[in-house]
Design a protein around this ligand. Structure first.
Ligand SMILES: NC(=O)C1=CN([C@@H]2O[C@H](COP(=O)(O)OP(=O)(O)OC[C@H]3O[C@@H](n4cnc5c(N)ncnc54)[C@H](OP(=O)(O)O)[C@@H]3O)[C@@H](O)[C@H]2O)C=CC1
Ligand SMILES: CC(C)(CO)C(=O)C(=O)O
Length: 331
């Protein structure tokens, strides 16, 4: 049973690292810049502050995927096409691919490029922050994946690693629910703040509420009801975000139960000057809207603002300015 993590960054090193630290054979394929940071060993800190240490078998050579029975793809969404092209000639006949990504199309994009292999759609519900060679899980959340026979072989390894996989027969609904949560990635990135500090500010929550309510209308029209992944339903949460701070803290306390260091993966990208996944997240809402004959001006504006920020145009917003910009998009 050999696993290859393909695109080892924050999620890949954390998930693969925990598997490797608890006895599974794991290879890691990633960039040389990451290899320099991690080849001396990595530290993996879980939600309870417990840490594990492991030296990952890290390489920049995609060829090691040939030896893997399970390939976990953890690149950002834009790289899926290229990754499928890299993997196609390499993968063993029976190899299975699992994607652990945000967005609603990762699994299907990989499946399109790997028509002869089984691609299992997955989702990571927690956040990981990297600081050098330390990877810290900063929020609660589970790994979920489509129900598949492959889990008969790997479920124990993931559970032993402290990352049990919840098999779901409604993966599309799960991905749509995660998409709603990820609409905050753009707002978080534009705030320039850690997640908890941003979500503590009512105007940023109002921005998220606008983006989620728009997405919920689009999903209702396009016929996919999001799964309920948190204590309250997506519809109630989208409304509760607008509550004044003291009420929200009481009602949505769990939402704010985040490590103060947590920041969204999109904030990481923006801060590092990398292209973001905004087209696969807020852009996915715009695309769903257009397929349903609707418009999604709030999410479209967030896409445009993040693209501006990628080019260093107005990269940081206050809550009130961002709220005004989003409200003006719907007028
Ligand atoms: N970070 C988080 O807390 C969470 C992230 N997610 C999702 O998980 C996925 C992975 O995110 P994350 O781990 O943050 O991403 P990272 O950017 O940290 O890691 C991906 C790594 O893959 C590398 N890469 C890209 N293409 C290739 C390739 N062809 N061969 C080898 N390496 C490659 C990237 O390098 P380069 O940058 O040079 O392209 C990068 O180092 C995303 O979809 C994200 O939205 C979900 C939940 C939480
Ligand atoms: C923060 C989290 C867990 C949810 O928005 C995430 O998915 C990300 O950072 O991309």
């Amino acid at each position: 049973m050999t696993i290859c993590v393909f695109g080892a960054g924050s999620i890949g090193c954390y998930v693969g690292g925990r598997l490797a630290a608890t006895g599974t054979t794991v290879s890691f394929v990633g960039r040389s810049s990451m290899q320099e940071q991690v080849s001396g060993g990595i530290r993996l800190v879980d939600r309870d502050g417990q840490s594990l240490e492991v030296t990952p078998a890290f390489t920049t050579d995609p060829g090691v995927a040939h030896d893997a029975d399970l390939v976990i793809v953890t690149v950002k969404s834009a790289a899926n096409k290229e990754v499928a092209e890299q993997l196609r000639p390499l993968l063993d006949e029976g190899a299975v691919v699992l994607n652990l990504q945000n967005g609603i199309h990762g699994g299907s994009d990989l499946r399109a490029g790997l028509p002869d292999h089984r691609v299992v759609t997955g989702m990571v519900g927690f956040n990981v922050v990297r600081d050098g060679a330390t990877f810290q899980q900063t929020t609660a959340g589970d790994i979920m994946a489509a129900t598949d026979p492959v889990w008969a072989m790997y479920a124990d390894a993931f559970a032993t690693a402290g990352l049990p996989v919840e098999q779901r027969s409604d993966m599309d609904a799960v991905l749509h629910a995660k998409l709603l949560l990820n609409l905050n990635n753009a707002i978080n990135a534009l705030s320039g703040m850690p997640l908890r500090a941003e979500l503590d500010i009512r105007d940023f929550r109002r921005c998220l509420s606008l983006a989620q309510q728009e997405a919920l209308r689009v999903m209702a029209r396009s016929g996919t009801a999001p799964a309920k992944l948190t204590a309250v339903s997506p519809t109630v949460m989208a409304r509760a975000l607008r509550l004044p701070d003291p009420l929200f803290r009481r009602f949505g306390g769990k939402v704010l139960a985040i490590d103060p260091a947590a920041r969204s993966s999109m904030a990481d990208d923006l801060a590092a000057g990398r292209p973001t996944e905004v087209d696969w997240i807020n852009g996915a809402v715009v695309d769903l809207a257009s397929e349903a004959g609707m418009k999604a001006p709030v999410n479209a504006r967030l896409v445009a603002l993040v693209h501006d920020a990628e080019r260093a145009i107005h990269p940081q917003w206050t809550g009130s300015d961002l709220l005004a910009a989003l409200r003006s998009a719907v007028e």
